[in-house]
Design a protein around this ligand. Structure first.
Ligand code: ADP
Length: 466
């Protein structure tokens, strides 16, 4: 739909335009009526002259013609046409071109007085005046005189041209002014929207900039900032709760694990041993989930510091691949490493290794037996100031519809949920760790063809995430 700015400009222009046109019509009509009134006065004086000339010699009436009319001074009236009618509207004399419809709207009942009207003769407007006269024999006639109005219209042309120029120019100027005012009025709002767009659960410390003038926008911004304050408070206390709960759970879980391991070692009965074995693996799952939750809670609360050091990415990749060789072997998965460039950068070794291990672990976990997983390290082709680590597997791939969600917390693919262990937190944590380094993880995948995860890391992050 139309923006508020467009609506304001349109409404303003329409209202202002209507006022201007109304005003112009009023001025034009008044000027026109004034001119017609002046013409009427001259017509009346001409009528008086004709009547006076006829009064001198009433016999002239029956022989009324051009020669008589020419003897009556017109007083500068332009192109006066005269017509003499009997009272029953029979034309006695008419100037050429005076073909006025005899049934025009004269006040038929009042033939005794002077009447005026504006009519069209040969498609041109004329001002007509008629009045009755009487000859010696008491026979009544009607005299009609007509003058064209185009002179008046011509005289008012400059006014019309003025309006035709002034109205569009006025509208353009007023529309421009309305647009400018609305842009200025909305500018603080646009700034607020831009800030609001950058605010997310992780950047709730940011607040909307308020305009200095304490207007409606200021009030709206203040109300929104107060709302963000409240949401921030709630989210912070929730994060604190998750962090505290995860932290508190770790000690009893560790004790439980060592007790279960002890029992598992001691017990001889196979059914019991099996039950304890299952409990231990579930406990491992629970412990890793609690650890992941604590990691995320600390990341959210920005309590997690990065321990930056200079790293050799190529060496780190080889180390991670070595670490997962055991589980890959169990599934007969071939691990290949391609180092195109030995790359050094500043980063947090533990976190970057955890990212790589998570991606490798997923690639192996979700690939069927006897497949291949490759890791490539290279400098960005488009931007050589970036290191790219690309992990490609030939596993089941991720359907297009699921791809945007794999980095969200607790998201597990429909198949993964039933077929593999996991918590759905690995990729969410990996993404946050990479973001802490100023980089990003992207995924390309086609269902049935495998996945390709790319970790992009700037060689100099430009900011110290720690
Ligand atoms: P988890 O592996 O614990 O389920 P992750 O956050 O690591 O959680 O992954 C989220 C989901 O993304 C997985 O449940 C799985 O559906 C999908 N996924 C991740 N990596 C792969 C992969 N290499 N191949 C297929 N699916 C994958």
């Amino acid at each position: 739909m139309f923006s508020i700015k467009v609506k304001i400009v349109t409404a303003y222009t329409v209202v202002f335009g209507a006022l201007l046109v109304g005003f112009a019509l009023l001025v034009y009509e008044t000027a026109y009526d004034n001119e017609v009134a002046k013409l009427d006065a001259r017509l009346e004086s001409h009528a008086v002259k004709i009547s006076a000339a006829l009064d001198e010699d009433r016999h002239k009436m029956s022989s009324l013609g051009r020669s008589f009319l020419d003897s009556v001074q017109t007083g500068g009236l332009p192109a006066v046409k005269v017509r003499l009618l009997t009272i029953d509207r029979k034309v006695m004399f008419a100037d050429p071109g005076f073909v006025l419809d005899v049934d025009m709207k004269w006040n038929q009942g009042a033939l005794s007085k002077l009447q005026k009207s504006t009519v069209k003769i040969a498609r041109k407007k004329h001002r007509i005046m008629q009045w009755p006269v009487e000859n010696d024999n008491g026979i009544k006639y009607l005299i009609q005189i007509a003058v064209p109005l185009h002179d008046i219209e011509d005289n008012l042309d400059p006014l019309r041209i003025l309006f035709l120029i002034f109205i569009p120019v006025g509208l353009i100027l007023s529309g421009g002014a309305a647009y400018l005012i609305s842009v200025l009025a909305f500018r603080p709002m646009v700034k607020m929207v831009m800030t609001a767009e950058t605010i997310s659960a992780t950047t709730l410390d940011a607040r909307l900039g308020l305009p200095k003038v304490k207007d409606e926008v200021h009030v709206l911004g203040r109300a929104l900032n107060e709302m963000i304050d409240r949401i921030d408070g709630v989210i912070k206390s929730q994060r604190q709760f998750v962090a505290d709960a995860s932290h508190e759970l770790r000690t009893p879980l560790t004790i439980l694990k060592s007790e279960l391991e002890f029992a598992h070692r001691m017990v001889r009965k196979s059914t019991l041993k099996e039950a304890l074995g299952t409990s231990l693996s579930e406990l491992d799952h629970l412990s890793s989930m609690v650890t992941d939750l604590l990691t995320l809670a600390r990341l959210d609360a920005a309590q997690m510091k990065c321990e930056m050091s200079t790293l050799r990415l190529d060496e780190m990749i080889v180390e991670c691949v070595q670490a997962v060789r055991g589980i890959a072997k169990k599934k007969k998965i071939k691990l290949k490493v391609f180092i195109e460039e030995a790359i050094e950068l500043k980063g947090d070794q533990k976190k970057l290794m955890s990212v790589l291990l998570n991606l490798l672990d997923n690639a192996i976990k979700y690939s069927p037996k006897n497949r291949e997983v490759s890791v490539t390290l290279a400098l960005g082709k488009a931007d050589p100031r970036k290191a790219l680590i690309v992990l490609v597997d030939k596993g089941p791939g991720i359907p297009l519809a699921e791809q945007p969600r794999v980095f969200t917390r607790f998201y597990r693919g429909s198949k993964s949920r039933s077929e593999t262990d996991g918590s759905g937190l690995g990729l969410a944590i990996a993404q946050r760790f990479v973001e802490l380094h100023g980089g990003r993880i992207t995924l390309e995948s086609e269902e049935g063809q495998g996945c390709s995860f790319t970790v992009e890391l700037p060689l100099s992050s430009g900011r110290d995430p720690g």
